[in-house]
Design a protein around this ligand. Structure first.
Ligand SMILES: [Fe+2]
Ligand SMILES: [Fe+2]
Length: 158
């Protein structure tokens, strides 16, 4: 039974978050396979570690939804895009991570505004981890000599 005190919009954020985290799992898993096929073993291994991280985020959201008495249901997965090289892949990751950051930022602000401190803290915890993750992807791209892409995520937001 759904908790009466949970705002429907908060449930909407959780559902979108689950969809994006599963999309990230699919994207990094695809990229691990591509990197392997291109002979980039280190990159493949690194993408596989990202798969585990994103899966853990999805699991946290599933547990949160169960704790709130709702059935976890991700809706649509983003298709993993095509790419010619590692820089292309990482640009796709920047875009997906930026979208995830926007969602967690908005969800955190919303929960704060309605006085739902518990869910605000939940979303903020994920936000912080994804800010760190987005920074790692930026650094990886930088190490490849790629110019920083449009940095829509703002690491100093909170
Ligand atoms: Fe994630
Ligand atoms: Fe991430």
């Amino acid at each position: 039974m759904r908790s009466a005190s949970i705002h429907p919009r908060t449930l909407g954020y959780l559902g979108r978050a689950l969809s994006l985290e599963y999309s990230a799992v699919q994207q990094y898993m695809t990229q691990a396979g591509l990197a392997d096929a291109w002979g980039l073993k280190d990159a493949g291994d690194r993408f596989r570690r990202e798969v585990v991280e994103e899966l853990q985020h999805a699991e946290r959201i599933v547990k949160r939804m169960l704790g709130l008495g709702v059935a976890p249901s991700a809706s649509q997965l983003r298709p993993a895009g095509v790419a010619r090289d590692l820089v292309d892949l990482l640009r796709q990751d920047q875009a997906l991570e930026a979208e995830i950051l926007d969602l967690y930022r908005e969800a955190t602000e919303f929960c704060r505004r309605i006085g739902d401190a518990e869910n605000a803290a939940f979303f903020e915890g994920l936000l912080r981890e994804e800010q760190h993750h987005a920074g790692e992807i930026d650094d990886w791209l930088g190490s490849l000599g790629a110019a920083p892409a449009d940095n829509r995520h703002d690491r100093a937001y909170f």
